[in-house]
Design a binder for this molecule. Structure first.
Ligand code: 3H9
Length: 666
């Protein structure tokens, strides 16, 4: 495979990489680099070398699809060492993104020229890795310890203009003239000669390493890679270059062999895979969505609207009562202003977004919208009524979407004369922040409606996943399977704090009872304090509604920080006494088996029923919608690590019927 070519122009060799889509360093690229550089180095007529890429980007990193497979082609580090040792100056010409192994390649080049729109970074940490081809040792020699530690541990790329100020880029090229500017720069550098990065001193203050750890302690809880990245930067401050490389190698191999990186690499591909709709042509024409209508200006409707406004798509937001409409619009403005105060938007941008928001008290104002998202009260009757009205008001071809989190989309669609235009678009609260969008495909939903909803999800920065119609779709359906056993465990002697801690230690942002308190215990409560059939009834009867009135399973202070509640515990104890169940010690392992394994089991059932396209989509739902720790790769990936046999055995021991496909796998 010819993915690297060598051209020569008046004493300058130009090595060009062409490996679509992102010029990853696949084995044949490494081979091509080795061959081309060998030829350029051997040719006496060549005085300087430029490395550049065709296509949309400079090298975006190692080829992640090769990880975990038997090595093929030349070793990456040997290729890099050869380039760095060149006696002729080497210039990297950067456009698009120089990421990971791509930036490491640019770092062995002696000089770097980039177009202003380029970005440079080492995002390996997001794959549970570290720059394993000298990046952690060379970067601090170019940009200093502070910048290198920040870039490696957070993984955020820096724009070329900033990179130039940091010394990572030596010169900015014209946006349209990179090839010419790079060749001219190389010619200029012939007299200056090579400048091997490994020979440059490490500068800066290592104190930043501890500062980064302190500042990110919460964000990095449970993660290994950020700490390994910092350990390598710290090693660069005290070890000679070659020793530093060895240290980096050891750390890299540890991460590469561990389950966290495997999980994070799985998620990299899972996220991209989720966007693909099985059986639909990639080039299916989409419906044009230029204007969006949102029904309901509450927390959900407001949050949903913010996504579109931020992308410059006008929104008409409809409420029934003026006071609620004003409140909803006020909250949107306040949220944007808070973001502006943090520097995320300018005042002009806030006014721009508010300027394309039209508040209305009439559904009739949705007549010219291309997509209408209903976010009203979660009741089938109410939804049917709204969709019936939309059917008479909306223009032909408009997409009618429901933000329902549980209800049957087919039943909602049947209340219109155009079920092919009806779809579920389930956002997660807060809808302007959470990345997940479940796109629910009804039985009659048209293909182009589905494809348009998925594409729109991407446009507004969401990770969209296709789900089928079933109670709670993918996410909430699985969530409900952990709630019942969690309650049962309380009856058998566990405490809310014990169960929640197992979940937070696992890496979830909160446990089942913390989540119930946040949602409100009175949601769906029958409101009869004399009727006590569940622990929740007992808590509600005692006026414990959750965070909203600062008492639920926990007591809350004014900052909504929860502590175990004596009163709640005694209510649970009283209720338990009526159940005649003996109280016993419950182990953390049992909590895992009874609350997390059923979720995996439900995932298998969802797949059996065709309600998710693929197991990795379920992982995406749980990571982006519910905060499942990414380093555990989602419930399905984690289930595989635990082992199907172990899960089936435990489910059956606890009296839960295992899904057929899970059993088959076991
Ligand atoms: C590394 O470098 C380790 C070294 O330090 C040490 C080695 C010893 N490999 O994201 P997109 C595919 S670790 C293979 O939709 P965009 C991707 O799956 C690497 N494939 O495009 C997708 O395929 P498909 C460090 C890759 O324009 C297609 O390309 N580098 C790779 O929105 C398009 O991707 C990174 O972590 C890869 N490295 O964004 C960078 N990258 O079409 C990872 C992408 O079949 N990549 N693909 O679904 C990115 O961040 C984005 O892809 C990028 C483009 C910003 C480049």
């Amino acid at each position: 495979m010819q993915s690297v070519t060598l051209q020569t122009h008046n004493g300058v060799a130009v090595v060009v990489v062409n490996n679509p889509p992102v010029n990853a360093l696949s084995w044949h690229v490494r081979q091509g680099l080795q061959d081309s550089f060998s030829a350029a180095l051997a040719d006496e007529a060549i005085k300087a070398i430029v490395l550049r890429c065709d296509g949309t980007t400079f090298i975006a990193g190692a080829d992640i699809t090769e990880f975990g497979k038997p090595p093929q082609g030349p070793d990456f580090n040997s290729v890099l060492n050869m380039i760095e040792a060149s006696a002729k100056p080497v210039v990297a010409a950067i456009h698009g993104t120089a990421l990971g192994g791509g930036l490491e390649t640019a770092l062995v080049c002696h000089y770097r020229i980039a177009v202003p729109s380029a970005k440079l970074g080492v995002p390996e940490v997001k794959l549970g890795l570290l720059p394993g081809a000298g990046g952690t040792q060379r970067l601090p020699r170019v940009v200093g310890i502070e910048a290198a530690a920040t870039m490696c541990s957070l993984g955020e790329p820096v724009p070329a203009v900033k990179a130039e100020a940091m010394g990572l880029v030596d010169r900015l090229a014209g946006e349209e003239s990179l090839a010419e500017d790079a060749a001219a720069y190389a010619r200029e550098l012939i007299s200056a000669g090579p400048r091997p990065t490994r020979e440059r001193p490490v500068t800066g203050d290592a104190a930043v390493i501890e500062q980064l750890k302190t500042a990110n302690a919460r964000k990095w809880k449970g993660f290994e890679a950020p700490y390994a990245n910092l350990a390598c930067i710290e090693a660069a401050t005290r070890l000679p270059f070659e020793e530093g490389l060895k240290f980096e190698r050891t750390e890299f191999l540890k991460l590469m062999g561990g389950s966290q990186s495997a999980a994070q690499r799985h998620m990299f591909f899972a996220e991209r895979q989720a966007a693909k709709i099985d059986g639909l042509a990639k080039d299916l024409p989409l419906r044009n969505v230029k204007k969006v209508g949102v029904i309901g200006a509450g927390t959900m409707g407001g949050g949903i609207s913010m996504n579109f406004l931020a992308k410059g798509i006008p929104v008409t937001i409809v409420e029934m009562v003026q006071e609620n409409l004003d409140r909803g619009v006020g909250v949107i403005r306040k949220n944007y202003e808070t973001s502006a105060a943090k520097g995320r938007f300018t005042t002009e941008q806030v006014e721009g977004m508010m300027g394309i928001l039209t508040p209305s008290l009439s559904l009739d104002d949705l007549a010219d919208c291309d997509l209408i998202i209903e976010a009203v009260y979660e009741s089938m009757d109410v939804k049917k009524d709204v969709f019936g009205k939309l059917d008479t008001i909306c223009k032909p071809g408009a997409i009618l979407a429901s933000n329902t989190s549980y209800l049957n989309i087919d039943e909602i669609a049947a209340s219109t004369s155009r079920p092919q235009d009806v779809i579920g678009m389930h956002f997660f609260s807060p809808a302007n922040v959470m990345k997940l969008l479940e796109v629910v495909r009804g039985e009659k939903t048209a293909d182009d409606v589905l494809a348009t909803a998925m594409a729109l999800g991407k446009k507004i920065g969401k990770v969209a996943v296709v789900a089928g119609v079933c109670h709670g779709f993918i996410g909430n359906r699985m969530l409900s399977t952990r709630q019942a056993p969690a309650m049962q465990l309380l009856l058998e002697g566990a405490t809310p704090a014990q169960i929640d801690k197992v979940h937070t230690d696992f890496g979830m942002p909160m446990g089942p009872f913390q989540m119930s308190d946040l949602a409100g215990l009175d949601i769906g409560w029958h409101r009869d304090p004399s009727r006590i059939e569940t622990i929740r009834d007992a808590l509600c009867a005692a006026g414990r509604f959750g965070q909203k009135n600062r008492k639920g399973f926990y007591d809350y202070d004014e900052k909504r920080v929860g502590t175990p509640s004596e009163e709640a515990l005694s209510i649970i104890e009283e209720f338990r006494a009526t159940s005649n169940l003996p109280k016993r010690e419950i182990s953390d392992q049992e909590i895992v088996e009874r609350t997390l394994y059923p979720m995996v089991n439900e995932g298998y059932k969802i797949l059996e029923e065709g309600k998710a396209q693929r197991a990795s989509d379920i992982d995406v739902v749980w990571i982006y919608g519910y905060g499942w720790p990414i380093y555990r790769g989602g419930p399905m990936f984690w289930g595989d690590l635990e082992g199907a046999g172990k899960i089936v055995e435990a489910l059956e021991r606890h009296g839960v019927k295992a899904a057929d496909s899970l059993k088959a796998k076991a």
